[in-house]
Design a protein around this ligand. Structure first.
Ligand SMILES: *[C@@H]1O[C@H](CO)[C@@H](O)[C@H](O)[C@H]1NC(C)=O
Length: 947
C-alpha cells in the first residue's frame, strides 16, 4: 500500500509539504546535515573522549559491574552497568545518574529479561577491570572510557575505541519564563562547548514543521570497532547492497521508520523498518552489536578498504594515516593493553560502526559469536524467534490494491482453479472497508464477507484484510468514538489529540504505548467485534511507521506524546509498528483462545517484530533493479532476526514487461514470503493476464514452490529451535570463503539450496558462484546434473530456467502432487531427494505438525532426521515421545550423484516389517529412483539398497 497521487487527497495547505514527483522526493526527508543531533554527533573529533569511569565507585556483583561515569568536561555523571549474559553475550547500559526526567528504555523488543551468567573477575587495577564470561573476556578501561571484548587471542569488539561516545544529558530550557514556576530546583550544568553546534539543539524546523524539543538536546552515540571483521552487515531497512558500504563520503545509514514514496535504490536513506543490529564477519569470527534504542538513529560505517591497519600488534600502525590508526598509535592507544606481552592481539580497526540516536539511553548487547549461526542464536535469545508460521503462510499470496468487490474476489479465486495454479491467500487492501474505517466492510461491495471467506476456506484458501493504525476522525465511527471517549490517541505536545492526514482524511493515531489502548484494540479482533471475520481471515498491518501524509517526513511530529505524556514520540518512534503488531497478535490469539496460529504482515518493523509478523519490502516498482534489490534487502532483514520476508512480486508501482513478470515469479518462488501485489492505478496482472508463456512459466514456478513447502516448513522448525534464518548469505555456511562476502545476487535456503535468480533483462547466462572450494558437490535442482566446476561458473539460461542447486550431502523433503492450495495437500505422500556428497552420504530433516494450531507446543509434532550412508537411508524420529501421528507416506526416493546401479531396496519398518521394492537407475544422469517404499513418513524406518 502506498500513497497514489496524494494530490487528490490534499487541500492546497498540505501541498507545501508534499509535492508528488516521479521517484522519491528527497527534499521530503532529512539529511544528516538537516538533523541537528546527527550533525552534532558527526562533528565530534575522534580520540578526545571526555568520558571516564570513576573506579572508586566500582562495584562487582555476581553477574554485573556497576560504576559511576563522568563527562570530564562538563562533570555530568552517569550510571554505567555491564552485565554478563548467557551464551557469550554481554550487555552495557549507560544512563544519566540523575536525569531531570526518566529517559526512555525500549519496551518489548526483548522477549524477556535477558538471562544473567556468573562472571569471573580476571583482573582489577586502578585504571581497568577485566571480567570473564564463557570464553570471552571484557576489559573495561576507565580513562578514556573504553570496553574491549576479546577471546584468548584477539580483540573482537571494542566500544568507544575511537572516542566517539556522546551522551547529551537532559537540561532545562532556560530561562524559565513562567513566573509561577519560579526558579527550577536544580539547574543542570550546561557547557555549550561540550554540546557543540547549538543550531537546532533546543528547537528545530524542517520545511514547515517545527519540533519544539521541550527537553532540549538528548543524543546518545557510541562507536564500535571490529578488529576481526572483514565485512559488516545488518541495520535494515535500506534499499542498498547487503554488505554495508563505508559512509565516509555519504550520509550515514539512517534508521527511522518512514513511508518513503517511490524509494530510490543504492542509498542509505531510511525506509519502513529499523533494526539496529550489525554483524561483523571475518574468516574466523562473526560477532554482532545490537543497539537497543528506538529513537531516530544514524549509523556511520567504516568498511574494509578504507582503513588498512589490519589486526596487527604493537606499533604496526606507524605510517598509517587514518584517524583510527592515529588514535591507536597515539596516547590513547598506550593503555589499551595490546602492547603488553601476552595480552590479546587486535586493534580498533578497519571495520567500525557508530550508532547515533536522538534520545533514549545507551543500551548495547555484544553478541560474541563466534560463528554466524551463534550470533543468530544469541540475538534470538534476546529478541525471540519468529512466530511459527501456519503452513499456508509459505504458499502463494495474491494481492492487489484492490480487489473491487466480492465477485471480483470470487473470479480471481476461480481464475487460479481454471488455470491450474495453486494459491493459498487472497488479500484485501484498504478499499474493502467502509471509507477506510478499519474493522468494517464496504456494505455495497462486500455485503457478505463471511460468505466470501467461507468460499475460500472450502478450497483450503485463506484471506487477509488490511488494518492500519490511523483512525478516521468521524463521529459515526465506533472506533473513533471509543478512542475519543477513553483517551486512546497519541497527543500533541500541548496535550490535545494529535490529528494528521492519512487514507481516511483527517485521522488520529492509537497510542499502542498505553496498556489500556492495547486491551481495547486487541479485543477489536474478536469475532463478535470484527463482524464478517472468521478464523480464516488474517491481518495486514500497514502504514504503521506511522505514515502521516502531512506530518514531518510523512510521519508523526517528534514532540507528540505517548502514555499520558510519559514519552515523546521521538523516544519511541521506531517501535511504534512493533507495538502495533504485538497488539494485533494478541487480538488474533484471543479470538481462538490461543488455539490457532495467526498470520500477520507488517510494513513498519523493529527488533522483535519477528515474534508477531512477517515483513515485506514495501512499495517497490516493476523494474529489474527492484527485483535485484529484493535479495540484499531480504538477506539483511533475515540476518536481523526476521526470517519471513518478501518483496511485492512483479513490483507495486508501474507495470512489468512479460519477461520481468516471469522472472519475478521465478525469483519470488524462493523467497520466504511470496505475494504478488500491485498499485490501484496499474493494469490488472493476475498470472493469466500476461500471455500464454507467462502463464505457463508462472505456473511452473508456483508448482516448484509448492513442491518444496515441506522443506520451507522444516526451515521454520529449524529457525524456531536455533534462530537461524531461512534465507542465508553464502558466508553464513562458508564463513572462511572471502569470495562470498560481497555476494548480493545469490543466497542459500537452509544449508541445502543455492538460489541465483535471473534478474537481468534478456539474460543468456548467469554467473553462479558455487561455494565450497571444491569440497562441496552441487546439483542442478531441475536436471539433477552435477555442476562441473567450483567458484564462478557461467550457466546458460533460457526464459524457462531458474538457476537453483542442491548441495551434495543434503536431503530435501517434497510433495510433488500439486493442488489448489497447500491445505489440500494434507495427506499427500512425500518424495525425498537425496543429493550425495563426495563420500556418497547425505542428511536432512523433516518437520510435521497440523500446520495451523499451537498443539505442537504440547508435543504434537514429528521431527525426523534422515541419513544416507553406505547405501542405506535411515529415518529416525527425533522426538521419541511424539504425540502427533500422520497417515502420510513416502512415495519416492530420488538419489542423485549415485555412481552404482542398484535394482532393488529392502525397506524395513515397524508397520510392514521387511519389504523389497524396485529401484531404477539411469547411468547417464547417475540418478537412482526408488518407487513406492510406502512407509509412514512420520516413523522410523530404513531403506537398504540392493544390487
Ligand atoms: C542395472 O542393472 C540391471 C540388472 O542387472 C540392468 O537390467 C540394467 O540395465 C542396469 N542399468 C544400468 C543403467 O546399468
Amino acid at each position: 500500500m502506498a500513497r497514489l497521487l496524494i494530490i487528490v487527497y490534499f487541500t492546497s495547505a498540505f501541498l507545501s509539504s508534499f509535492v508528488p514527483v516521479q521517484g522519491v522526493d528527497r527534499g521530503n526527508f532529512k539529511t544528516c546535515q538537516q538533523s541537528s543531533f546527527c550533525r552534532r554527533c558527526r562533528a565530534m573529533e575522534p580520540s578526545n573522549s571526555a568520558y571516564e569511569l570513576l573506579m572508586n565507585t566500582l562495584k562487582v556483583e555476581t553477574s554485573s559491574i556497576e560504576a559511576e561515569m563522568i563527562n570530564s568536561r562538563n562533570l555530568v555523571t552517569f550510571k554505567f552497568q555491564f552485565f554478563a549474559l548467557t551464551d557469550g553475550t554481554f550487555r552495557m547500559k549507560i544512563n544519566e545518574l540523575n536525569p531531570i526526567k526518566p529517559r526512555f528504555e525500549v519496551q518489548d523488543a526483548l522477549v524477556g529479561e535477558p538471562l544473567l551468567e556468573k562472571l569471573e573477575l580476571v583482573e582489577r587495577k586502578a585504571d581497568k577491570i577485566s571480567i570473564k564470561c564463557g570464553s570471552n573476556i571484557a576489559t573495561i578501561i576507565a580513562k578514556p572510557f573504553r570496553v574491549d571484548i576479546h577471546d584468548e587471542n584477539n580483540i573482537l569488539i571494542s566500544a568507544n575505541a575511537r572516542g566517539l561516545m556522546k551522551f547529551e544529558h537532559y537540561r532545562l530550557k532556560v530561562p524559565q519564563t513562567d513566573p509561577e514556576e519560579g526558579e527550577p530546583d536544580q539547574v543542570p550544568v550546561i557547557n555549550d562547548i561540550e554540546l557543540g553546534d547549538e543550531e537546532g539543539a533546543w528547537e528545530e524546523t524542517f520545511k514547515s514543521h517545527h519540533d519544539s524539543k521541550p527537553h532540549g538536546p538528548s543524543a546518545v552515540a557510541m562507536d564500535f570497532s571490529f578488529p576481526s571483521g572483514e565485512s559488516i552487515y545488518g541495520i535494515p531497512e535500506h534499499a542498498d547492497s547487503f554488505s554495508l558500504k563505508s559512509t565516509a563520503d555519504t550520509d550515514p545509514y539512517r534508521l527511522y521508520n518512514l513511508d518513503v514514496f517511490e524509494y530510490e535504490l543504492d542509498n542509505p536513506m531510511a525506509l519502513y523498518g529499523s533494526i539496529p543490529l550489525v554483524l561483523a564477519h571475518g574468516v574466523s569470527k562473526t560477532v554482532g552489536v545490537f543497539w537497543h534504542n528506538a529513537a531516530e538513529t544514524w549509523v556511520d560505517i567504516k568498511s574494509k578498504g578504507e582503513v588498512t591497519s589490519g589486526g596487527s600488534v604493537g606499533g604496526a600502525a606507524a605510517g598509517m594515516v587514518s584517524s583510527i590508526v592515529s588514535f591507536v598509535s597515539g596516547k590513547a592507544g598506550s593503555d589499551d593493553g595490546n602492547d603488553a606481552g601476552g595480552e590479546p592481539k587486535g586493534r580498533p580497526s578497519n571495520i567500525d560502526a557508530r550508532f547515533m540516536s536522538e534520545s533514549g539511553i545507551i543500551d548495547v548487547f555484544f553478541l560474541m559469536g563466534p560463528k554466524p549461526q551463534d550470533v543468530s542464536r544469541q540475538y534470538a535469545k534476546l529478541t525471540g524467534t519468529a512466530t511459527f508460521p501456519p503452513y499456508f503462510a509459505f504458499g502463494y499470496h495474491q494481492s492487489r490494491w484492490n480487489y473491487n468487490d466480492q465477485d471480483d474476489v470470487k473470479s480471481v479465486d476461480a481464475g487460479f482453479d481454471e488455470h491450474d495454479i495453486p494459491c493459498d491467500v487472497i488479500w484485501l487492501d484498504i478499499e474493502h472497508t467502509n471509507g477506510k474505517r478499519y474493522f468494517t466492510w464496504d456494505k455495497v461491495k462486500f455485503p457478505n464477507p463471511k460468505e466470501m471467506i467461507d468460499h475460500e476456506s472450502a478450497k483450503g484458501r485463506k484471506m487477509v484484510a488490511i488494518v492500519d493504525p490511523h483512525i478516521k476522525r468521524d463521529g459515526g465511527y465506533f472506533l473513533h468514538n471509543d478512542a475519543e471517549a477513553n483517551d486512546y490517541y497519541v497527543k500533541t505536545k500541548d496535550g490535545k489529540v494529535y490529528e494528521g492526514w492519512c487514507w481516511p482524511g483527517s485521522s488520529s493515531y492509537l497510542d499502542f504505548f498505553d496498556e489500556k489502548v492495547n486491551e481495547y484494540y486487541s479485543s477489536r479482533y474478536l469475532f463478535n467485534n470484527y463482524v464478517g471475520s472468521t478464523e480464516d481471515l488474517h491481518i495486514w498491518n500497514d502504514m504503521n511507521e506511522p505514515s502521516v501524509f502531512n506530518g514531518p517526513e510523512v510521519t508523526m511530529p517528534k514532540d507528540c506524546v505517548h502514555a499520558g505524556g510519559l514519552w515523546e514520540h521521538r523516544d519511541v518512534h521506531n517501535a511504534y509498528a512493533l507495538e502495533h503488531v504485538k497488539v494485533t497478535m494478541d487480538g488474533l490469539l484471543r479470538r481462538t483462545d490461543g488455539r490457532l496460529r495467526p498470520f500477520i504482515l507488517t510494513r513498519g518493523h523493529f527488533a522483535g517484530s519477528q515474534r508477531y509478523a512477517g515483513v515485506w519490502t514495501g512499495d517497490n516498482a516493476a523494474e529489474w533493479s527492484h527485483l535485484r534489490v529484493s535479495i540484499p534487502m531480504c538477506l539483511s532483514i533475515s540476518i536481523a532476526g526476521i526470517p519471513m520476508c518478501g518483496a511485492d512480486i512483479t513490483g507495486f508501482f508501474k507495470y512489468p514487461t512479460p519477461e520481468l513478470f516471469i522472472r519475478w515469479y521465478q525469483a519470488g518462488a524462493f523467497q520466504p514470503f511470496y505475494r504478488a501485489h500491485s498499485h490501484i492505478d496499474t493494469k490488472r496482472r493476475e498470472p493469466w493476464l500476461m500471455g500464454d508463456e507467462a502463464l505457463r512459466l508462472v505456473r511452473e514456478a508456483l508448482r516448484t514452490r509448492y513442491s518444496l513447502l515441506p522443506f520451507w516448513y522444516s526451515l521454520a522448525r529449524e529457525h524456531e529451535t536455533t534462530g537461524v534464518p531461512y534465507m542465508r548469505p553464502l558466508w553464513y555456511q562458508y564463513p572462511s570463503e572471502r569470495a562470498t562476502f560481497s555476494i548480493d545476487n545469490e543466497y542459500l535456503l537452509g544449508d541445502a539450496l543455492l538460489v541465483h535468480p535471473v534478474t537481468e533483462a534478456g539474460a543468456r547466462y548467469v554467473t553462479v558462484y558455487f561455494p565450497g572450494e571444491g569440497k562441496d558437490v552441487w546439483y542442478d535442482f531441475f536436471t539433477l546434473e552435477k555442476i562441473p566446476g567450483v567458484g564462478n561458473v557461467q550457466i546458460p539460461v533460457t526464459i524457462e530456467k531458474i538457476p537453483l542447486y542442491q548441495r551434495g550431502g543434503t536431503i530435501i523433503p517434497k510433495k510433488e502432487r500439486i493442488r489448489r492450495s497447500s491445505t489440500l495437500t494434507q495427506g499427500d505422500p512425500f518424495t525425498l531427494v537425496v543429493a550425495l556428497d563426495s563420500k556418497g552420504e547425505a542428511s536432512g530433516m523433516l518437520y510435521l505438525d497440523d500446520g495451523k494450531s499451537y498443539e505442537f507446543r504440547d508435543g504434537k509434532y514429528i521431527e525426523l532426521f534422515f541419513k544416507f550412508a553406505q547405501d542405506k537411508l535411515t529415518s529416525r524420529v527425533v522426538n521419541a515421545n511424539s504425540q502427533y501421528t500422520t497417515k502420510e507416506r513416502l512415495e519416492k526416493v530420488i538419489i542423485i550423484g549415485m555412481a552404482a546401479n542398484f535394482t532393488r531396496a529392502e525397506v524395513e519398518s515397524q508397520e510392514f516389517g521387511k519389504m523389497i521394492v524396485d529401484s531404477y537407475y539411469d547411468d547417464q544422469s547417475q540418478v537412482l529412483v526408488i518407487r513406492k517404499p510406502w512407509v509412514n513418513i512420520g516413523s522410523s524406518w530404513t531403506l537398504q539398497l540392493l544390487k
